[in-house]
Design a protein around this ligand. Structure first.
Ligand code: GLY
Length: 585
């Protein structure tokens, strides 16, 4: 349907489409499936197509930090499954990737067992019981930065309870077993690399105001490259959890330390908050797209619904315009814009707000929305918003084990190093997840995202997330792709573009990850594009039909695993060169 929509806006783009050429890359599917194609990236784009991905015959783990991925590898080699490994990676990231790996934050995990069971666990933080709708507004009703920095910015952490719960239901090992690699990394230390050094150097001002300065900036400078970084306080905390279970995080010495720090610093998390925290099992959002099946995260994340709504709109085009054309960017950006309008106004913690999941993920709703996309004109978002800013952090990891079980996990402190509050005697950073609420409904948060009443603060409520851990099955029902991202609202757009690059544009995983990304989140009403990610012709074509374009240094941080002939390919985000880590066998 809608063939008029795919008409070309400029002849140059026909040329681009025609330039796509088949490659001899491994393909998991047999006859009848088009081969993978090498894309043509715009001249000057930072990556060339054709970079080989890591390959594992038996299993694959892709995260932002190799030593954390190795922790999962060790667990699978010892007989653990993908869930055991995912929990090992999660705890190890808290040690080796403190910018986003955490025990003081929260996350979401989507699980697909080889026997066909699917599950999703929500261990998102919740607003403390003393939280209230206007707690971050100044006397003039404007949001302050207290939802971002300092003691009042934290929600009640969910990571420890969530990972332990996932393990108890789908894992095969004990918490103590899967935590050993993380404990060892914390106790015996690991070598500081340029990635950790660079991250600390760029966050010095942010972190120096709290106790992290005594641990990460001894002598006033970031940890030295090549030195061994030991974290005895964190090792002790992890040992308590390993021995006593998640309770040891929420009560006892660790829980008391959290509450004492909050009391000292003006935070509001209490003993009652910690005791009340519970992860929630959810039914994954199940979507179909061109014969493929997706399992993704339902609310309290917006990820699964927004990805599904976008893909459902795109599916109304029998064939999408070629990758790299302005027609494709226009359709994609317009679909994101519409999905984000719903996301920003209708999605929230389902315990507090009735979320119309059925409607938003239905094909008929998407068809009606897709009809409003005019191929010749960009549609404005009803109200203007403010600038988007950089500086967020979250981390995603994808695990496939040797039995074909798969786990997609995204975890976060929100901002890099969370609220900057570091609890020195127990060794971890606290999140600043309260900023994911609409702290001032109708006004932008730190991602420039304008959200409304549904996501206003209330005690005990989970703040809406964009995390989109997703597992894709091919049309035969076999595991194909495990994917997700960091990057605030750009998680949704980056995750779905890797999926589209693989399914529609037939890229191999390495190219799908390296292809320039774009983003639209309704407000600000601008198409965000990675610098160098559009040809001049594509940019002109988009501007001609009314798109404002804002170039960004990099959009999101994805880690993915994909089935190929004979095994699995894994790719860690190439945009953060040097910090990536796959681990395989
Ligand atoms: N803190 C980022 C997210 O949850 O979407």
């Amino acid at each position: 349907m809608m063939p008029s929509r795919v008409r070309l806006l400029s002849a140059a783009l026909l040329l681009l489409a025609a330039c796509q050429r088949p490659s001899a890359s491994r393909s998991a599917l047999g006859g009848g499936v088009p081969p993978r194609q090498a894309p043509v990236f715009p001249g000057g784009w930072r990556f060339a197509p054709g970079t080989p991905a890591a390959f594992g015959e038996k299993f694959m783990i892709a995260s932002n930090e190799r030593r954390a991925s190795d922790a999962g590898n060790e667990i699978i080699r010892a007989g653990g499954n993908a869930v055991d490994a995912a929990v090992a990676v999660g705890f190890a990231l808290a040690v080796t990737y403190p910018v986003a790996g955490n025990i003081g934050g929260g996350g979401f995990m989507v699980i697909r067992m080889a026997d066909g069971r699917n599950a999703a666990i929500d261990y998102r933080e919740v607003a403390p019981l003393a939280a209230h709708r206007d707690m971050y507004l100044d006397a003039q009703g404007n949001p302050t930065n207290e939802s971002i920095i300092g003691y009042r910015a934290s929600g009640v952490p969910g990571a420890v309870a969530g990972m332990a719960e996932a393990l108890s239901k789908y894992g095969t090992m004990t918490l103590s077993q899967v935590m050993q690699p993380a404990i060892k990394l914390a106790r015996d230390g690991f070598t500081v690399d340029s990635a950790l050094y660079g991250s600390l150097a760029s966050s010095k001002e942010y972190l120096a105001r709290f106790d992290a300065r005594d641990v990460f900036y001894t002598n006033g400078a970031p940890l030295t490259i090549g030195s061994t970084f030991k974290q005895p306080a964190l090792a002790r905390t992890l040992e308590y959890i390993a021995q006593q279970g998640p309770k040891a995080f929420y009560e006892g010495i660790v829980g008391d330390s959290m509450v004492a720090a909050m009391t000292r610093g003006g935070g509001i998390i209490t003993t009652a908050d910690l005791k009340a925290y519970k992860p929630e099992w959810r039914t994954p959002i199940r979507a179909s797209y061109r014969g493929y099946t997706l399992f993704s995260m339902p609310p309290a994340s917006s990820g699964g619904i927004t990805v599904t709504e976008t893909l459902n709109m795109l599916e109304t085009w029998p064939t999408l315009p070629a990758w790299g054309t302005p027609e494709y960017a226009h359709i994609l950006g317009s679909a994101y814009q519409r999905a984000f309008i719903d996301r920003n106004s209708k999605l929230a913690d389902p315990a507090f707000v009735k979320v119309p999941i059925e409607q938003l993920t239905s094909k008929s709703y998407a068809q009606a929305l897709a009809k409003t996309i005019d191929p010749a004109k960009k549609t404005p978002t009803p109200k203007d918003g403010s600038q988007i800013v950089d500086g967020m952090h979250t981390t995603h990891y994808s695990v496939v084990d040797d039995k074909g079980n798969a786990v997609a996990t995204t975890t976060t402190l929100n901002n890099g190093y969370g609220s900057a509050v570091y609890l020195k005697n127990v060794g971890f950073f606290m999140n600043d997840e309260m900023d994911d609420f609409a702290t001032a409904p109708g006004k932008p948060n730190m991602f420039g995202l304008v959200q409304y009443e549904a996501n206003a603060i209330a005690p005990g409520k989970r703040m809406l997330s964009a995390m989109s851990p997703t597992i894709v099955l091919d049309p035969r029902g076999e595991l194909l792709l495990v994917v997700g991202a960091a990057g605030g609202p750009r998680i949704i757009t980056a995750t779905s573009q890797v999926i589209l690059n693989v399914i529609d544009h037939r890229m191999n995983l390495s190219d799908a990850m390296r292809a320039p990304r774009l983003h639209h989140q309704a407000l600000p009403d601008t198409l965000m594009v990675e610098t160098g990610g559009l040809t001049k012709e594509a940019e002109d074509g988009l501007r001609r039909i009314g798109h404002g374009i804002r170039y960004m240094g990099g959009l999101a941080n994805v880690n993915a695993v994909m089935r190929v002939k004979g095994g699995w390919e894994g790719v860690s985000e190439p945009r953060v060169g040097g910090t990536g880590g796959t681990s395989a066998r």
